[in-house]
Write a protein that binds this ligand. Structure first.
Ligand SMILES: *Cc1c(COP(=O)(O)O)cnc(C)c1O
Length: 362
């Protein structure tokens, strides 16, 4: 049976290591979007609150509502709230990020319908990622709006496009300088003292000068920092394990899997494992690009990954049916496996499907 085993002690080690890296006055937003990067958001959120994280963030409103349902009471930020969910945000005491004139006006309307004033919000500027955010030239408009008492601006932030790239990095420097101008404008214009943030996990490692008031840490908590040197300070918190379902002895020239994806070059032994692309283990890892560990040895995936199962070559590995297999964890890092197939740890871990039970390591 395939299981994702989550080790809260490792989460604690990562949290502590990241916290010790922060400037003394910087606070941490723990990012638990997408089921805490494919793990278990309720449990992870509770542990982070216990460890002292000052706020949590998710991508969409529904994720925040679920966390409120799990009993999470600390400030909860929604990075990408959609206008349809504004009422639910207010009813659940969640803090939206406002990122455009439309989102601003719609949220103001929702506040007046619910008869709320001084509601906590966050303001996002687009300094060059060109995802969401107010254009820096709209800062004047935003500041004008703040004279209204509807909003309590908890923070003003932006997001960098390539924090893991080696320094010096012209694009990042340009984004930072735009954000510095925005910080100046907000600091001067506002009677409330706004707080600022700019960095994700790799930014925390690469740009310690810009930890500012808050940092937004996601992948680092789960054990990845997007650079080998930085990775050494963290531990993957989740271990994806399974057991060999069946073993076949096949003759040279026989084929394995759909579309005869692999043809045995010699007499071979093949192990069948109960995980497939429906579980988020994508077809990208087929044809030898991906591998698993059996008794500490690498077994490469042969042919196409099926929907529910995949096959690995165990010709040179001593093992039998029922033996344990490591698919992801400390022996196979998600970032390394992802790279072999042209993707990133973020995609691999967040894709792991609901069919895989999450269990706590005890
Ligand atoms: C997901 C996200 C983060 C967290 O990034 P990591 O690289 O996982 O640390 C930070 N900020 C925003 C706006 C995000 O969407």
């Amino acid at each position: 049976m395939t299981l994702l085993e989550i080790d809260l002690n490792k989460l604690e080690q990562n949290y502590t290591s990241l916290r010790n890296r922060l400037n003394q006055h910087s606070k941490m937003i723990g990012v638990v979007k997408s089921n805490a990067y494919g793990s278990l958001s309720g449990l992870i959120a509770k542990k982070l609150v216990e460890l002292g994280v000052e706020a949590l963030a998710v991508a969409y409103t529904q994720e925040a509502i679920e966390l409120r349902g799990d009993g999470i009471e600390i400030p909860l930020m929604v990075f990408y709230p959609q206008v349809e969910s504004f009422r639910d945000i207010i009813l659940n005491n969640i803090e939206p990020v406002l990122y455009s004139k439309t989102s601003w006006e719609k949220f103001k309307e929702a506040l007046s319908e619910e008869k709320k004033i001084s509601y906590p919000i966050h303001i996002k500027y687009n300094t060059g990622l060109n995802r969401i955010g107010f254009h820096p030239d709209e800062a004047g408009w935003v500041l004008e709006q703040l004279k209204d008492s509807s909003f309590n601006v908890k923070s003003v932030y932006s997001h960098l496009a390539q924090t893991e790239a080696p320094k010096p990095n012209e694009k990042t420097e340009h984004q930072i300088s735009l954000f510095e101008q925005i910080m100046d404008k907000h600091s001067q214009a506002s009677s409330q003292k706004p707080e600022f943030h700019l960095l994700n996990t790799s930014g925390v490692f690469n740009y310690p000068k810009y930890h500012l008031d808050w940092v937004r840490i996601g992948i680092g908590l789960y054990g990845f920092a997007n650079q080998p040197e930085w990775n050494k300070t963290l531990h993957p918190i989740a271990q994806l394990k399974t057991k060999i379902t069946q073993i076949h002895q096949i003759s040279s020239g026989e084929t394995v899997g759909y579309n005869c994806g692999w043809k045995a070059p010699k007499n071979s032994r093949i192990a069948v494992l109960p995980i497939g692309h429906a579980d988020g283990f994508s077809r990208q890892y087929g044809h030898g690009k991906g591998w698993v560990l059996i008794n500490g040895e690498k077994a490469h995936i042969v042919g196409n990954v099926c929907m529910d199962m995949l096959m690995v070559d165990i010709s040179d590995i001593q093992c039998k049916e029922g033996n344990e297999v490591e698919i992801l964890g400390s022996g196979i890092r998600a970032d390394e496996l992802a790279e072999s197939a042209g993707t990133i740890s973020y995609e691999l871990i967040t894709a792991l499907g609901n069919r895989i039970p999450r269990v706590l390591k005890i």
